[in-house]
Ligand binder design. Sequence first.
Ligand SMILES: Cc1cc2nc3c(=O)[nH]c(=O)nc-3n(C[C@H](O)[C@H](O)[C@H](O)COP(=O)(O)OP(=O)(O)OC[C@H]3O[C@@H](n4cnc5c(N)ncnc54)[C@H](O)[C@@H]3O)c2cc1C
Length: 528
Amino acid sequence: MPEGVQKTGKKVAIIGGGPAGLSVAYQLTLKGHSCTIFDEHELLGGMMRYGIPGFRTPRAVLDTEIQRIIDLGVEVKLNVHIGKDITLDQIKKDYDAIFMGMGAQAGRPLPVPGADAPNVVTAMAFLRAFNDGRLQHVGKRVVVIGGGDTSIDVATVARRLGHIKTANPSERAEHIIAGQVAHDVAAVSAKDGAEVVLCSRSPVAQMNANKHEVDEALAEGIEIKGSITPVSVVVGADGRATALRVAELETVGGKQVVKEGTEYDIPADLIVSAIGQAVDFTGLDGFDNGKGLISADKHYQVPGQKGIFVGGDVLRPHLLTTAIGHGRIAAESIDHYLSGEDLGKRPKVDVAYFDVLRKEIEVGLAPEKYQSRSKDEVKKEEGFAKDIDLGVRGTDKDKFAVHNFEDRSEKYVIPSTELFLGHFPYTPRNKRNFVTLTAEQVLGHFEERLEALDSKTVVSEAKRCMSCGLCFECDNCVIYCPQTAVFKVKKAQSTTGRYVDTDYSRCIGCHICADVCPTGYIKMGMGD
Ligand SMILES: Cc1cc2nc3c(=O)[nH]c(=O)nc-3n(C[C@H](O)[C@H](O)[C@H](O)COP(=O)(O)OP(=O)(O)OC[C@H]3O[C@@H](n4cnc5c(N)ncnc54)[C@H](O)[C@@H]3O)c2cc1C
């Protein structure tokens, strides 16, 4: 448990140690709850380790980031599948709340005849075998079906692995992918590049995959065929696939239909289906919403399953950042649930914001406790009586209120029209260099292609931040206020978010402070 955090005594079970589960563990540990992550793998990370290749999420960085979370005091139980090794009922008995972040581990098989041939595999199984280090080479001709980022990952991995002319049948990729056996790394001799063809139903320019990744794949020698659909898998006498039969698609009345008489075969030693993912519900009956995923309410609680929360790919396969964000929101809901509170309303748009009150408490500058005063007391202190509840209006002198702070980032992003752009000379972005590989260079290249910035450049990149919506202590409001109403908070009272204050008995509402504020931080209002 981090220093200064009070233990609540509540226990939370987190099923799945991918980005969603790790995010929940991080957030809840900071709130004082004891978290245990259960994962069926031998290491944490989920798809960041067993799906996305290391040349995109470098493992050294991943390991360090995961360790930072574990070091907060998170308990980890690996090689445990909830539903097989431990029942969900047992988890319900042992823990106060549950987070299900199992991701979408199952790949969708090709829905065409012949797809049950042994050398037709899913992208999930292919990438798992590669990331485990078992798969060291693929066949000579690999055909990938997809069009999203996963299909690009499969194709680029296949190009990097290459093939071995002398490989014997027992070393075929499908045996390695299907079983737990591994290629013998020491025995891997000279490799040749594999011929990789990626087939997409969309035209190449409209593929779901990131355009940049598509361009890189083309540069690496991957052939991409757009506007085609798989029709069947051509199976040889030995039961193995020898080709993928495809047909061209055309758009008729806004719909894609097969163009008659355009069928042809693409020869293949390995066919990989990268057409989607689904949740593995083994031992977790009753959660499938009929679409291979789990449904949740706006608090990320499973409807009808009080105390069970979800997030990440189980809701909808998407991105790492989405899963991490879901984890943060679910953790908030779990925290309310464990405190016996109403789960409350959720904002339309979830944003992170700076909490000045929390900051003031943290640095020992917490506002004073509010004391209500009687009319007589107020009359004595201020020379006149007010009819309204005292201390609620006209609090600029009171120390129980936080003055001069309105956290605009809680509500919306400040648009550039509200910034005083004259203060921000154009500074070009410090872009990271991307290494583009040619078809000749790609074989055996497993290094990260996006090069890191050095620490000096990282700092100068961070300095380009305009702090929109926040005060960066430029003093303009203090300098330009004609009434000297705006003043710097005394050093002993000042902290982040408490830099300037206003003497409202001098303020005439002239707006000059707001006009000269570079970041759009000052907003005029009636002080309610
Ligand atoms: C090939 C590929 C490439 C991708 N590339 C990108 C990318 O470039 N950028 C990006 O932002 N996103 C990318 N994504 C998406 C991203 O990886 C996912 O959105 C994200 O990992 C989802 O996180 P999660 O925690 O929900 O699930 P996962 O990362 O899948 O983690 C779930 C974990 O739960 C474990 N688990 C499942 N069931 C159980 C059980 N019953 N008991 C115990 N443990 C269990 C799993 O083994 C796994 O370790 C990619 C995905 C894939 C498949």
